[in-house]
Structure formats: structure tokens, C-alpha cells
Design a protein around this ligand. Structure first.
Ligand code: HEM
Length: 416
């Protein structure tokens, strides 16, 4: 398969280096308003009453649903160099591609994450959720981020990839160091991210060497990637490595974060939790509604390659733009009473998996992981709440999460 256009990658790199020199970056969280961190839904809802865009250190952020859709479909915007931002020495595939080459990669990769590939994993995923629940069900209390939200997606991922379970903790550490670095000086942060990324890339390279030397093609995702073809073309080992690097980052952290936010909300609002226990058939729509409301990946960022106008806003070549998925999901022109969490809300066209050509490739997997985890959890632990005297902690980097979630519960058959 063709390689990303080197000239364009240099252009992206140059702009990124200049942004870092100025003390900014497209993924900048440096100037985040404290009110946004505390209660993003209220913050963005109020902001939407006043403005359509917000200027940030990272660039111009679009808040409206329709504007953001137009922005993401505009051909004069490109990815801002996610590989570099996430510590990879190379572009991440397919995220760092644009245009026709991006479409070609998606054609090859989409079928590997389609429902017919993912749905047969149902029993295995439900079992993994139950094994984790077994570890704390007798205790009546758990810190749920570490107990379930963090380990479940990585167990699933390791199994799908055909990687050793014993290396799982290392993947979690790498992805945390690449996407949740200690905040501070942007240049130092980038150096730390790159060190973790280099270790991860080396590990992936080693596994791919072993896998491609194997005489038989396994049914795991890594083997499938090494043998996948589109229009008669195959991926090189390096390209598979660039894909796997992205999957480790995209597939491990996002579902963990989303699950943690969902459980935090349900533990905090007993009526919502009870409605799902009483009517588990609502869970699929509840997952969509909670994804709308929580929007764990708060925004997507792009680099503008020509002077353009979007939503009556002039954007100049070389500037960065963002679409705020969190704000789009609260746009009152699209969602009636956007601050209400309503599990029976019809036709929830949320943007939490982004819109446009880079729409999330793992959305089906993410959705079913969340549905099946909630169903299994509620069967055994229908009643749970935030542990008295404890306060959950929320972190808000590029991905928002409840990274400390102490809950107490009465399990089925236990006295409440
Ligand atoms: C709740 C969980 C998830 C959320 C909220 C989420 C969100 C997103 C978002 C917002 C994007 C767009 C990025 C951009 O515009 O620059 C994206 C892209 C992507 N996601 Fe997800 N994601 C989730 C789970 C997953 C999983 C489980 C996988 C795979 C194992 C995955 C794989 C990808 C890939 C490969 C892309 C890049 C697609 C492209 O560039 O064409 N995601 N995701």
C-alpha cells in the first residue's frame, strides 16, 4: 500500500514545531476553563447560548453541530500530526492520512471491525466482564476504574490481537504515558510521550516479526492485518505496526474512559441506574444517550491548508481548528432539552465518535463492549452508589474519564 505523502507530512510537522515553540499545540489543554473541567455539560450549554466558536490556544473551536459537520467535511483541512502528538516517530494509520489514500486504508480496515467480526466475541467479552466482577463482588466496595473500566477493554484488545495477557499491564502503562502525560511544559511533555511511544513501537515491531515468521495464519487481528488486501495490495510490516500503534491508543483508553463516565453517572443518579436495572432493554439507547452527554473524546483537531470560510468564520492557512464534540452534543437546535439525560430519547445522532471521513473505526466494538459490560454488571450488582465520604476524581486531557471511582454496592442476594 502507498505511503503517506512525505511533502504533506513535512508541512504538518513544520506547523506543529512552530506551534510548540509558541507554547501551544493543536491538542492544547493549556487554557481550559476550570468550569469546563468541573461540569462540561453546563459550561458548553451556557457557551452555546452566547457564541458559535471559541478561540483557544490550540486554535478556533467550533461549537455548533452543523458547523462542525461542515468543517470535518471540508477538503482544505487535514489531520494535525497525531503520530507526533502521540509519541510515534511515524504517522498513525489511518488517522494521519487524508483524501483518497485515507479512503483506501479505511476500505481495508473497516471490515476487520464490522459487526460480523465483532459480534462472535460476545460470549468471551461477557465472560471477561464477569471474571473481573468476581474479584470484588464479595467485598461490597470497589474502586471501579481499576476494578473494571481500565482492565476490561485492554483484556478484550489483547485477546483480539492475539497478544500475551502477561504484557497487558505494559500496554496500559504505555498508553497512559502517551495520552495521559503529566501536564507541564509542552516540550518536556512531548519528550516523555515520545520515549513511551518509542518503547511501544519497538514492542509492536518485535511481535510482528514473530507473527510474520509463523508458518500458519492465525485468526487474530494481527495476523489478519498482515494478510489483509485491498485492490490486490497488501500492507507492509511497518504499515501494520503504524496501525497497531493507533489501535493501542484508540482502543484501550477511549472505552475505559467512556465506561468510567457512564458508571460514574449511574452511581450518582439512582433513578437512571434503576431504570436500566428495571428495563435492561433500554441499555443500547442508554449507551447512546450517555455517549452524547459525556462525550469522552471532547474534540477533534485539524490543520487548515488554505484560506477558507466555515460557518461564516474566516480561517487562514496554517491555523488550527477544533470541533467540540461535547458542545455539538448539547446543541439545542439538534437535541431537545440537551441537559436532560433521557434513555428514551429517539434518534440520538451524537458526535462522540466524530463525523466525516475519520469517524471512529472501532465504534461498533466500543458500543458492544459498553452494552455487554453494563448488562453483566447490572445482573449481579443492581444497586450501587458513590462510597460515603469519598469523591470521584475526573481527569480531562484529550479524553475525559472518572479515573477514581469508589463505589459501594449490594449485589444480588446480598442484604442492601
Ligand atoms: C467509546 C469509545 C470510543 C470513542 C469515544 C472514540 C472516539 C473517536 C473519535 C472522536 C475519533 C475521531 C478522531 C479524529 O477526528 O481525529 C476516533 C477515530 C478512531 N477510532 Fe475511536 N473511539 C472509541 C473507541 C475505539 C475503539 C475501541 C477502536 C479500535 C479498537 C477505535 C479506533 C479508532 C480509529 C482507528 C480511529 C481513526 C479513524 C480514521 O482516522 O479514519 N476507537 N474515535
Amino acid at each position: 500500500m502507498e505511503e503517506p505523502n512525505a511533502e504533506r507530512m513535512d508541512y504538518v510537522r513544520g506547523k506543529l514545531a512552530a506551534a510548540y515553540e509558541k507554547g501551544t499545540s493543536p491538542a492544547s489543554t493549556l487554557d481550559r476553563d476550570p468550569r469546563e473541567v468541573e461540569a462540561p455539560q453546563r459550561y458548553f450549554s451556557e457557551l452555546l447560548e452566547e457564541v458559535n466558536i471559541q478561540e483557544r490556544l490550540g486554535g478556533t473551536m467550533f461549537l455548533r453541530y452543523e458547523d462542525s459537520l461542515d468543517l470535518m467535511r471540508n477538503k482544505a483541512i487535514v489531520q494535525p500530526g497525531n503520530g507526533l502528538l502521540m509519541g510515534s516517530p511515524r504517522p498513525l494509520l489511518p488517522l494521519d492520512l487524508d483524501g483518497e489514500l485515507h479512503t483506501k486504508y479505511r476500505k481495508l480496515l473497516d471490515p476487520l471491525f464490522a459487526p460480523r467480526q465483532i459480534n462472535p466475541l460476545e460470549e468471551r467479552i461477557r465472560r471477561m466482564a464477569n471474571e473481573l466482577i468476581d474479584d470484588f463482588i464479595e467485598i461490597g466496595q470497589v474502586e471501579l476504574y481499576k476494578g473494571l473500566c481500565d482492565p476490561l477493554p485492554s483484556r478484550i484488545f489483547v485477546a483480539m490481537m492475539g497478544l500475551p495477557e502477561s504484557d497487558r499491564e505494559r500496554f496500559i502503562a504505555w498508553k497512559d504515558r502517551t495520552i495521559k502525560p503529566e501536564e507541564g511544559d509542552p516540550v518536556e511533555m512531548l519528550a516523555g510521550i515520545q520515549a513511551a511511544g518509542a518503547e511501544m513501537a519497538e514492542y509492536i515491531g518485535g511481535v510482528l516479526d514473530e507473527r510474520s515468521a509463523a508458518s500458519e495464519v492465525g485468526d487474530d487481528l494481527l495476523s489478519q492485518l498482515l494478510h489483509a488486501e485491498v485492490e490486490g495490495e497488501r500492507l507492509t510490516k511497518q504499515q501494520v505496526s503504524d496501525i497497531v500503534y493507533l489501535l493501542m491508543i484508540a482502543g484501550l483508553d477511549t472505552v475505559t474512559s467512556a465506561l468510567s463516565l457512564i458508571f460514574a453517572r449511574l452511581a450518582d443518579v439512582p433513578e437512571l441506574r434503576q431504570s436500566l436495572v428495571d428495563r435492561p432493554e433500554l441499555i443500547p439507547n442508554a449507551v447512546e444517550e450517555l455517549m452524547r452527554y459525556e462525550a469522552p473524546v471532547a474534540s477533534s483537531s485539524r490543520l487548515v491548508t488554505e484560506d477558507i470560510e466555515v460557518g461564516e468564520v474566516q480561517l487562514s492557512e496554517g491555523s488550527y481548528v477544533l470541533a467540540s464534540w461535547q458542545a455539538c452534543n448539547l446543541d439545542p437546535e439538534i437535541f431537545e432539552c440537551p441537559l436532560d439525560v433521557d434513555f428514551e430519547r429517539p434518534n440520538i445522532r451524537h458526535t462522540s465518535f466524530a463525523t466525516g471521513p475519520h469517524r471512529c473505526m472501532g465504534s461498533h466494538l466500543a458500543r458492544v463492549e459498553m452494552r455487554w459490560a453494563l448488562e453483566e454488571f447490572h445482573k449481579r450488582i443492581p444497586s450501587y452508589w458513590i462510597t460515603e465520604g469519598e469523591t470521584p476524581e475526573f481527569t480531562y486531557g484529550g479524553v475525559r474519564a472518572a479515573t477514581y471511582l469508589p463505589i459501594s454496592f449490594s449485589a444480588v442476594g446480598q442484604a442492601g
